[in-house]
Every structure is written in C-alpha cells, then in structure tokens.
Write a protein that binds this ligand. Structure first.
Ligand SMILES: [Zn+2]
Length: 271
C-alpha cells in the first residue's frame, strides 16, 4: 500500500518497515504475531503453578565458543560458535541439550522500564536473552520451525548502586559497535559469569519477541535479577539504531509489549 511503496522507494525492505511501524503492526506481515503462544507475557503469582517435578537447569559454556559482538540496529548481540555441542544448556524443563547460539539485550529509554517480561507488575530496566537451539534438528533454521526447537534463558537487569563487573567485557565493546552493521571480534567469554546466584525460574511455552515471532520457544525466566548500575544501562543506550552515514538515533526501547497468556500455564521451579 501507500507506506509500502513510499518506504520501498527509500530503500526500506519489509522487515525494516514492520519494525519501523512497531509491534502493533507486525501481524500484517507475520500473522503468527497474533497467535495464542506469543511472548513476552506478564508473570503474575495468581497464574503460576509450582511444579515439583521441574528439575534444576545447568549451563556448560565453552569460553572459546564466543566469536563476535555486533549491532544489528535492534540490539547488541554476542554470537557463539554452534557448529557442535560445545556450549550447552540442559535440565530444567528441557528434553535434552540445547546449543548456545547468541545472547542479546532488551532495554528502555530510562531505568524504569526496558524488560520484556513483567513480574507481578514490575518492569525491570532490561532483560538478557541467551538463545539456544535443539540439535536434534539439523540446523538452527529447522529448529525455529519446531515447537521444541528453541530455549531462551531470560535474566532481568535491575538498576542498583553498584555496577556488575561481569558486564564490563561486553560494555567495553559498545564503542566499537556504535552504529548499525558494526561487528567486532569477541572471544574467550563465558556468559555464565552473568548469571545471578539463584537458579529458580518460571517456565512457559512462547515465541520470539521480534518478527517473525515463531512459537518455538521454551522460556526459562530467572526469578532473581542481576544488579547493574545506571551508568551501565546508559552505555547500552549510547548505541545507535542507524548506520554510520545516517542520522544518529539512539537504540532504545527495543522491547515488545506483553502479549495475552490465553490458556497457557506458567510453571515455577520454586514455592
Ligand atoms: Zn530477546
């Protein structure tokens, strides 16, 4: 339609267009974005069931699997080698091992919002996602098409008085990837240093929070947030959502609003 031809003429491809128009419009190109198993959701105590059969989860990550850090205009992402089972997540609600592929962050325009999941009305300043895929499928793109294809470990970022030293490695590289399309080497990094002390979690079945919003994700959302400083959050906001030769627009508010839970159950590993 009108927007489409206008923006196409200005060099926007479809995916950019639908990001540009915002989450309320994604379903026009990606009908599943109005599906019954979308993410994120609000996690409210009244809808949560303690499941005593839920096992603890374990991550065994190889620091040598870390490859690069990049700015894709939507988030800051660290990419890992996933060509074999060298960095894996297992246990919890998962039926087997899942391979670590990338991690990325969601954040707001100020410290009082930015997380995707909301817990009993609380929005955290940010949310870290560690994305893993089920290697029983032949590759990542195949896994994305399967209900049990992807596992995301989600960790809330809460602003406190002290910076989190384990975030320094990532934040130091922000200057090297200021603008969209920039990528820098990022090696010898074990992301489990970012984990909070407690492994207590909520779990439910949901989707990617960016188009095409495939409903293939076993979410493992950690109860305990990690504490970062306000300066550390500001560092993430210093990224630009545009390329070097374009106007500098700050990359902020890259979170999707919460979606209806419908008939889904949220299970907790703790009482
Ligand atoms: Zn995410």
């Amino acid at each position: 339609h009108k927007y489409n031809s206008y923006l196409a003429g200005r060099g926007f491809h479809d995916l950019s267009l639908y990001f540009f128009l915002g989450p309320d419009h994604w379903y026009k190109n990606y009908p599943i974005a109005k599906g019954r198993r979308q993410s994120p959701i609000e996690i409210n105590n009244k809808d949560v069931h303690y499941d005593r059969s839920l096992l603890p989860w374990f991550a065994s990550y190889d620091p040598g699997a870390a490859k690069t850090i990049l700015n894709n205009g939507k988030t800051c992402r660290v990419v890992f080698d996933d060509s074999f089972d060298r960095s894996v997540l297992r246990g919890g609600p998962l039926p087997g091992v899942y391979r670590l592929r990338q991690l990325h962050f969601h954040w707001g325009s100020s410290d009082d919002h930015g997380s995707e999941h909301v817990v009993n009305g609380v929005r955290y300043a940010g949310e870290l996602h560690l994305l893993h895929w089920n290697p029983k499928y032949s590759n990542y793109l195949d896994a994305v098409r399967r209900a049990d294809g992807i596992a995301v470990l989600a960790i809330f970022l809460q602003v406190g008085k002290t910076p989190k030293p384990e975030m320094k490695r990532i934040l130091e590289e922000i200057n090297a990837i200021k603008t969209k399309g920039k990528e820098a080497p990022f090696t010898n990094f074990d992301p489990s240093i970012l984990f909070p002390k407690s492994h207590d979690y909520w779990t439910y079945h949901g989707s990617f929070t960016t188009p095409p919003c495939e409903e293939c994700i076993t979410w493992i959302v950690l109860r305990e947030p990690i504490i970062v400083s306000s300066d550390q959050m500001a560092k993430l906001r210093s990224l630009s959502k545009n390329a070097e030769n374009e106007p500098n627009l700050p990359l902020v508010d890259n979170w999707r609003p919460t979606q209806p839970r419908y008939f889904r159950m949220v299970s907790a590993s703790f009482l």
